[in-house]
Design a protein around this ligand. Structure first.
Ligand code: ADP
Ligand code: GLC
Length: 533
């Protein structure tokens, strides 16, 4: 590999997804949303992702330069890959790792939202790490590498084996946005600082230990202090242990994962990091420009209010917003509008989710099956585990007047329409590192029924908690079908209640939450400065 030039004043994000170019879940939203806000705050960010030629809409990016191919040996097999730079149409600089065999696929991870992952995902995401290090030899070394999840887990090892273990430690605050780097050149022998963000501990990239010798990673990292975990190869473990600081996506989840119930076998390591101040929980945000009920072009009717801070008197407009969007959605998916005895429409429950056990969609479906003639209408969008998909389809078949389910597909437009139309957004997750869907749903005036965990605990203000002043939903303590039924019943009574103000207030409270990126982007920016000074 060509020798390295010098540090540039950049922060490089590395990850498998980036909305709207290629997205399988919330990681994509974060990789697209956070860099945009950091750029606005003056941090020189670039995002490194695989060049998914089949997935990324060509009009979403502009390719700037192509560079000579790099090479890496996976065991006996040599692979070539290309580097391209470009920019997204929202102005985020990109590095694209081009390797058609690995990345020119239909999906990011595999079918059904990645539940059935591609067999060679280990090699694919090792390639991402090698491509990232090679790109540095061409474009300069960033001061900070911010890598994400198990798919970004080989980046810290490749950085260390290429640049050494000693990390950069000299930049004063301001350097990340200062184009004059003359004082900091020729820093050969130092590696960038590395931040690793865990978005979901349920996915660790676990493979057979023998596979370790086929991904171009130095053998010394086959150790319990890096990727070896009880005789297996664990990408997430090595990624976090070889990084300088580890973050996760909400304060509550940061604490939860230090316990055996949430730690997925890594709670010991995580507890150590936490106690040493090396594990921090920083709440995600959503892109408030993209998820905006006033301007969203994918929904049928936009909210017609000027202010951003809504008052109870604005409820009338919010109700109109929900009513018109529901009517149009129902006509698109052929659901009749059901009216309760008191003349109010049944509350509409919305689901937009990956279908894994973690998300609790199965217990939500069980809860409706258990109900004797449930008084809700439901629109479900999701894909994932086969048995959950089948259960959702079955429910929609036997209650075709009340339930519509679109299964097995990712559908951005329909997701927006569901957020805009639903009265109650249901997310009974057993664990939830952050959760963006509840933030989006609240922005569109949805009241939330959610598991009391992780980022849901940090973002949903619980009506049952007497200390909470501005409730926006209900947190479910007992996550089983009866627990979900209990929560839905409570919300139903509030929605139908004679004292409508409680419901109206909840809608206004939810819509006023505005979980943007500004605060958290500030925290990340400080973290980048702290770590290189
Ligand atoms: P996770 O990342 O664990 O799946 P999040 O709540 O953080 O959960 O983020 C989920 C994101 O993916 C949201 O933006 C949600 O709207 C979107 N999403 C999930 N499933 C689908 C789908 N089938 N079609 C469209 N968008 C989806
Ligand atoms: C993961 C988590 C989700 C989080 C998202 C973005 O997919 O499951 O809770 O919101 O990453 O950080």
């Amino acid at each position: 590999m060509e020798q390295f030039k010098q540090f540039n004043n950049e922060v490089w994000f590395v990850g498998a997804e980036m909305a709207p170019l290629a997205k399988a879940g919330g990681l994509g939203d974060v990789m697209g949303g956070l860099p945009k806000v950091l750029l606005k705050a003056g941090v020189n960010v670039r995002v490194v992702i695989p060049y998914y030629k089949n997935i990324i809409p060509q009009n979403f990016i502009e390719i700037k330069e192509s560079y000579p191919a790099g090479r890496v040996g996976f065991g006996e097999i040599p692979f070539e890959f290309g580097i391209k730079t470009g920019i997204t149409n929202s102005g985020i600089p990109l590095v694209l790792i081009e390797q058609n065999h690995f990345f020119n696929r239909e999906e990011v991870y595999g079918s059904h939202g990645g539940i059935y992952g591609y067999k060679d995902n280990l090699w694919r995401f090792a390639m991402l790490a090698h491509g990232t290090a090679y790109a540095m030899s061409i474009l300069g070394i960033p001061l900070v590498i911010h890598t994400h999840d198990w798919s970004g887990g080989f980046v810290p090892a490749v950085i260390r084996q290429t640049f050494g273990d000693k990390r950069v430690h000299f930049a004063p605050a301001g350097i990340l946005s200062n184009s004059k780097m003359d004082k900091y050149v020729n820093a050969k022998g130092l590696r960038p600082a590395v931040i690793f963000t865990i978005h979901n501990l349920g996915y660790q990239g676990v493979y057979g230990i023998d596979d370790f010798y086929d991904i171009g990673i130095d053998f010394r990292y086959n150790s319990p202090s890096a990727y070896e975990h009880f005789g297996t190869l664990n990408s997430l473990k090595g990624g976090m242990l070889l990084s300088d600081i580890v973050t996760t996506v909400s304060p509550t989840y940061a604490k939860e994962i230090t316990t055996p119930g949430f730690g997925f076998g890594l709670d010991g390591e995580l507890k150590n990091l936490y106690n040493n101040g090396k594990l921090k929980g920083i709440l995600n945000g959503i892109d408030l420009d993209y998820w905006n009920p006033k301007t969203d072009s994918l929904i049928y009717y936009n909210l017609n209010l000027k202010e951003n801070s809504y008052k109870l008197r604005d409820y009338k407009e919010w109700r109109g917003f929900k009513t018109i969007n529901r009517k149009a959605l129902f006509s698109e998916v052929s659901l009749p509008l059901k009216i309760a005895k008191n003349g109010r429409p049944f509350p509409l429950l919305g689901i937009v989710s990956r279908f894994t056990e973690e998300k609790g969609i199965d217990i939500f479906l069980d809860s409706l099956f258990n109900w004797n003639d449930f008084p809700f209408q439901v629109v479900i969008l999701g894909s994932g585990k086969d048995y959950i998909e089948k259960k959702a389809l079955y429910l929609s078949k036997i209650h075709s007047d009340k339930v519509y389910a679109q299964i097995g597909k990712y559908d951005e437009a329909l997701s927006h329409k569901i957020y805009a139309a639903s009265d109650i957004f249901v997310m009974p997750s057993k664990f939830e590192p952050c959760g963006l869907s509840q933030m989006i749903a609240m922005r569109y005036g949805g009241v939330i029924a959610a598991g009391d965990t992780g980022g849901l605990h940090d973002t949903v203000s619980d009506i049952v908690d007497i200390n909470i002043k501005e409730p926006s939903g209900i947190l479910i303590k007992y996550l089983n079908a009866s627990g979900v039924s209990w929560a839905l019943n409570e919300l139903y009574n509030i929605y139908m209640g004679s004292n409508g103000d409680i419901w109206n207030n909840m809608v206004i409270n939810a819509a006023n939450k505005h979980f943007g990126w500004d605060d958290s982007a500030g925290v990340y920016k400080n973290l980048y400065y702290d770590i290189i000074k």
